[in-house]
Design a protein around this ligand. Structure first.
Ligand SMILES: Nc1ncnc2c1ncn2[C@@H]1O[C@H](COP(=O)(O)OP(=O)(O)OP(=O)(O)O)[C@@H](O)[C@H]1O
Ligand SMILES: [Mg+2]
Length: 263
């Protein structure tokens, strides 16, 4: 469904250039919840923003459903973005709009009939468990509720793909679980393919069927989530797992060697 081939992105600035992505090749299949995991600055946001062309790759191609969209502009680009929902760490809601009008916003952009748009928005708020908050403003909601509104808004255009950039990083553990459950339901019941960016192993383990580990702008390892974390093949993955358990890589390796001897 999503094919990234030989994707590179270099940012050019006044103080030199920075290679944020280096020759990335990834294949996301329809129905996947595909995790991209890596430490801060690894290039995760850059990578996900290349999928809907919020960032233009310096080299390589973005292929969606067999179509090379890398050079899309204008109307083609707007249509592509409509078919891809996106949610962020900071929710990015419109503070001056009610919850309902946040969700109708993408439909207003498409000049959809107002009554139809409101009906659709209410259905989506029902889906995310917030029908009773339609008339509230974002500032009157908890973080978890705000993220649910953002999810409803991302679903307004019936996207086939949803991009989630650290969608639960600002939430506590219980709320994170609830939001991840909601995303998994949306994947299963609506068949939305998801790309989930995270620096958290537990987030990736909870919802992703596949993961790619990214370090220094390059993909270090890709595979089924259990395989990658259960039997890491790259130093980048070992570093992530070690850091997650508060260990150095040496301590992590020693602990693994000890437990595998016991088994
Ligand atoms: N617009 C930009 N101009 C210049 N450099 C940038 C720009 N955006 C990102 N970078 C650099 O590219 C690298 C990758 O950034 P990116 O935001 O993709 O990382 P990330 O993995 O999402 O990190 P985090 O977990 O902190 O969000 C970083 O070194 C960053 O400083
Ligand atoms: Mg980021």
């Amino acid at each position: 469904m999503i094919n990234l081939t030989n994707l590179s992105k270099t940012y050019f600035g006044r103080f030199g250039s920075h290679e944020a992505l280096r020759d990335v090749n990834l294949h996301v299949e329809r129905g996947d919840v595909f995790g991209i995991i890596g430490q801060s600055g690894a290039g995760k946001s850059t990578l996900v923003r290349c999928i809907n062309l919020l960032e233009r790759p310096t080299e390589g191609s973005v292929i969606i459903d067999g179509k090379d969209v890398t050079a899309y502009r204008g109307k083609e680009l707007s249509q592509l973005r409509e078919s891809i929902g996106m949610i962020f760490q900071n929710f990015s809601l419109f503070q001056q709009r009610t919850v309902l009008r946040n969700v109708t916003f993408p439909l207003e952009l498409r000049r959809e009939d107002k009554t139809a748009a409101e009906k659709r928005a209410l259905e989506l708020l029902e889906l995310v468990g917030l029908a009773d908050k339609a008339a509230s403003y974002p500032s009157q909601l908890s973080g978890g509720q705000q993220q649910r509104v953002a999810i409803a808004r991302a679903l307004a255009n019936n996207p086939e793909i949803m991009l989630c950039d650290e969608a639960t990083s600002a939430l506590d553990t219980m709320t994170t679980h609830a939001i991840l459950d909601l995303l998994r339901d949306i994947n299963k019941e609506l068949g939305v393919t998801m790309v989930v960016i995270t620096h958290s192993l537990s987030v990736a383990k909870q919802i992703c069927n596949k993961v790619a580990v990214i370090e220094g702008g390059a993909i270090a390892e890709v595979g089924a989530t259990d395989e990658v974390f259960g039997n890491p093949q790259s130093d980048a993955t070992r570093r992530l797992i070690a850091a997650d358990s508060g260990l150095s890589v040496e301590e992590f390796e020693a602990a693994r060697a000890a437990t595998s001897k016991e088994a």
